[in-house]
Write a protein that binds this ligand. Structure first.
Ligand code: PMP
Length: 360
């Protein structure tokens, strides 16, 4: 067996130790004679797994009892609708910051439910910058302010946490959650699809301040109401049990790696190396302003796009997978989440240097 280095944006690389443990526990979970996937979610064994996963996540992120942690389905894309369905009252306005493709999708979806004010946008720089907060035109009394701290496609990351006073701050952390320490207390609601830094696809995480529960209108379906899931420990219906279990293994792995503090330092080093190499090469470039470059998703283009295909073919042959950029922007993208080791980034840089030399 040989495992390649996987730079996929999502579903993304998982820690090998986690996959090995899941493999070991697959057929016969701890002598019970069945797998996790075949067990009732009401079984004490599963309930314990679920509770431990939540506890480990709370430890890792420093989530206090003021917040509910929800293990949902539907992807981050469902949150684009659930956020306004639950937090945007009749006649109220929500503020959104537009910094890329994912912000745009969130804005478009929210527009179905109420008044949306796009308080700032960097579309005019082709999303290569994050608008400084001084330039934002926030509403007088918005229901919440929504932003995407890390734009997975553009590789654009905020270098600051927006300061919005008492207004709930809502963040789509799909591609940045658990990559470094964050102060959860600055947020009203955080959501993330699991398939990058959390676990396999199929699970969506929501961390919501409890005072924001119970605001949905009566016609909001039970499944789309945060209160339903908070009241039922995310087991109102059958949750994605295997994804929840596997995410729990990732949380426990993260704790063993020294938590998000240590992970953040490693991630910083990985990203700095790769950007430094790109900036000093003659063939590769990255368009994002230096202060707003993503530590998780590093897009780059080759000076001659006729080299794109040979680059990708040769990278794959060298065991460096999924470097193709998002279909909407082209070029390349290396996603370097927690489970992508520093050695993978070193191998990528070596390959890129060699490819550049051969094609000079
Ligand atoms: N937001 C961001 C920042 C993302 O990166 C993605 C997925 N790549 C999504 C939302 C959509 O997530 P999902 O596919 O889980 O709906």
């Amino acid at each position: 067996m040989s495992r390649a280095y996987n730079f996929c944006a999502g579903p993304a690389a998982l820690p090998q130790a986690v996959l090995e443990q899941a493999q070991q526990e697959m057929l016969d979970y701890r002598g019970l004679g069945l797998s996790i996937m075949e067990m009732s979610h009401r079984d004490n064994v599963f309930v314990e797994i679920a509770e431990q996963a939540e506890k480990d996540l709370r430890d890792l992120m420093g989530i206090s009892d003021d917040y509910a942690v929800l293990f949902l389905q539907g992807g981050a894309s469902s949150q684009f609708a659930m956020v306004p369905m639950n937090l945007l009252g009749d006649g109220e306005t929500a503020d959104y910051i537009n910094t890329g493709q994912w912000s745009k999708k969130a804005i478009k979806e929210a527009g179905r439910y109420g008044n949306i004010n796009v308080a700032a946008s960097s579309e005019d720089t082709n999303f290569s910058t994050v608008p400084l907060q001084e330039s934002w035109n926030l509403s007088d009394n918005p229901a919440y302010v929504h932003y995407c701290p890390n734009e997975t496609i553009g590789g654009l990351e905020y270098s600051f946490v927006p300061q919005v006073g008492d207004t709930p701050l809502v963040a789509d952390m799909s591609s940045t959650i658990l990559s470094r320490p964050i102060d959860v207390n600055q947020y009203g609601l955080i959501y993330a699809g699991a398939q990058k830094n959390i676990g396999p696809a199929g699970l969506t995480l929501v961390v919501i301040r409890k005072d924001l529960l119970g605001k949905a209108a009566n016609n909001v379906p039970a499944m789309l109401n945060y209160q339903t899931h908070a009241d039922n420990d995310s087991m109102y219906n059958t949750p994605p049990t295997f994804a929840w279990y596997l995410s729990g293994l990732v949380f426990s792995w993260l704790k063993k790696q020294g938590g998000v503090g240590n992970m953040g330092e490693i991630n910083q080093r990985k990203a700095e190396k790769l950007y430094h190499f790109i900036d000093h090469s003659g063939l590769y470039s990255n368009p994002v302003e230096v202060i707003s470059r993503s530590r998780m998703n590093v897009p780059f283009v080759l000076a001659d796009d006729r080299l794109d295909k040979p680059f990708l073919d040769q990278a794959q042959a060298a065991g460096l997978l999924n470097l193709k950029g998002h279909r909407s922007v082209g070029g390349m993208r290396a996603s370097i989440y927690n489970a992508v080791p520093e050695a993978a980034v070193d191998a990528l840089i070596d390959f890129m240097a060699e490819f550049e030399k051969k094609n000079a």
